[in-house]
Design a protein around this ligand. Structure first.
Ligand code: NAD
Ligand code: IPM
Ligand code: MN
Length: 362
């Protein structure tokens, strides 16, 4: 059976890093008999430039039809002054919401070869393997009402609403308990229950649900402490479950534990396991178009796609071991360059992964 992958490259380094993941897909097709069809569509600033909308109807249609979606990144200074609903980021939020991609898995794994690249001491991060489960279609990102208005005193004020429904909390917590049960069975729920009503409900609902998962050890942390603990002693965590905004911030923080944000993949899943896969990082306008971006987060996102949406766990492992292999051979993009290693650009890194994958096939 041929699977269909929608390719949404987006802006900035998006097209450069996605091009390398496409090379990997080409290699899987040629050397591993992976039957796949790719179809590209526009999202973000690129879509705004051609159609005026960050998520054109045709892109959403393709995303709905496809078996899985690979996304690069969106956004950049060119579009920052547009009215908010036309900005590239709104396209990303809209596709997540329209497809019901509530479950965002953001693993932070330290590859042994990169122990020296982390800003933390090697013994603090050695063998790190944690997973942040971020709620992706609710919370303050989507709560209504929101807006900017003039107050009674004539001053401008802006407001957002942080709202979580019980059903949304149950859904993300259940996903996190299920996944934790297949890992080290330790789940830490992160909230701000000492201050926020929405977090109070979050904690209550997660605690109640834990009754159904007696084998998973549940703990709770306030988000400020969690941020500190992540850099103090990250290995105390196995799975972290948290809301949309806290998860966004904590996952960039976790990224740095692994050496570079250019290493962190992610999956955004709906209730049936269909998903959109994208690196955790953004469009990196500061390095776009220079063949220096790290494509590994995107290639590792492809591996997550193979595992979670396409039922190809063996191919996923092959891709991940090819990445491990090029790191062991010393290939490093500028973001993770360490002494005594081989500095390469985006394309060369992608080609090295493809070559490693091909070598194992034959
Ligand atoms: P960013 O993640 O794009 O960049 C942060 C820093 O990390 C930059 O110095 C960048 O050069 C570096 N970096 C990021 N990815 C890298 C890679 N693959 N290889 C090497 N270095 C890398 O975050 P930002 O600068 O805050 O945001 C830039 C734009 O991206 C904004 O418009 C923002 O809204 C957007 N954004 C998009 C997504 C997404 O599409 N999922 C995620 C985050 C930010
Ligand atoms: C991410 C990004 C997005 C988010 C932005 C670009 C909308 O930062 O995927 O982490 O905040 O979710
Ligand atoms: Mn982010």
């Amino acid at each position: 059976m041929t699977v269909k992958i929608a390719i949404l490259s987006g802006d900035g380094i998006g097209p450069e890093i996605v091009a390398e993941a496409i090379k990997v897909i080409g290699c899987l097709r040629k050397h591993y008999g992976f039957q796949v069809e790719l179809e590209e569509a526009q999202i973000g600033g690129a879509a705004v430039d051609t159609s005026g909308e960050p998520l054109p109807e045709a892109t959403l249609r393709l995303a709905r039809q496809a078996d899985a979606i690979l996304l690069g990144a969106v956004g950049g200074p060119k579009w920052e002054t547009l009215e908010r609903r036309r900005r590239p980021e709104q396209g990303l939020l809209a596709i997540r919401s329209a497809l019901g991609l509530f479950g965002n898995l953001r693993p932070a794994i330290l590859y042994a070869e990169l122990a020296g690249a982390s800003t933390l001491r090697p013994e603090i991060v050695a063998d790190l393997d944690i997973l942040i489960v971020r709620e992706l279609t609710g919370g303050i990102y989507f709560g209504e009402p929101r807006g900017v208005r003039t107050s009674g005193t004539g001053e401008r004020e802006a407001y957002n609403t942080l709202l979580y429904r019980e059903s949304e909390i149950v859904r993300i917590a259940r996903l996190a308990f299920e996944i934790a049960g297949k890992r080290d069975a330790r789940l830490c729920s992160v909230d701000k229950a000492n201050v926020l009503e929405s977090s109070g409900l979050w904690r209550e609902v997660v605690t109640q649900l834990s009754g159904e998962y007696p084998q998973v050890e549940l703990s709770h942390l306030y988000v400020d402490n969690a941020a500190m603990q992540l850099v103090r002693a990250p290995k105390q965590f196995d799975v972290i479950v948290t809301g949309n905004l806290f998860g966004d911030i904590l996952s960039d923080c976790a990224a740095m534990l692994t050496g570079s944000i250019g290493m962190l993949p992610s999956a955004a899943l709906d209730e049936r396991g269909k998903g959109m896969y994208e690196p955790v990082h953004g469009s990196a306008p500061d390095i776009a178009g220079r063949d220096v971006a790290n494509p590994l987060a995107t290639i590792l996102s492809l591996a997550m796609m193979l595992r979670y949406s396409l039922n190809q766990a063996v191919l996923a492992e092959r891709v991940e071991s090819a990445v491990r292999c090029v790191l062991a051979e010393g290939y490093r993009t500028a973001d993770i360059h360490t002494a005594g290693t081989r500095r390469v650009g985006t394309r060369e890194m992608g080609e090295a992964v493809t070559a490693a994958l091909r070598a194992v096939a034959s």
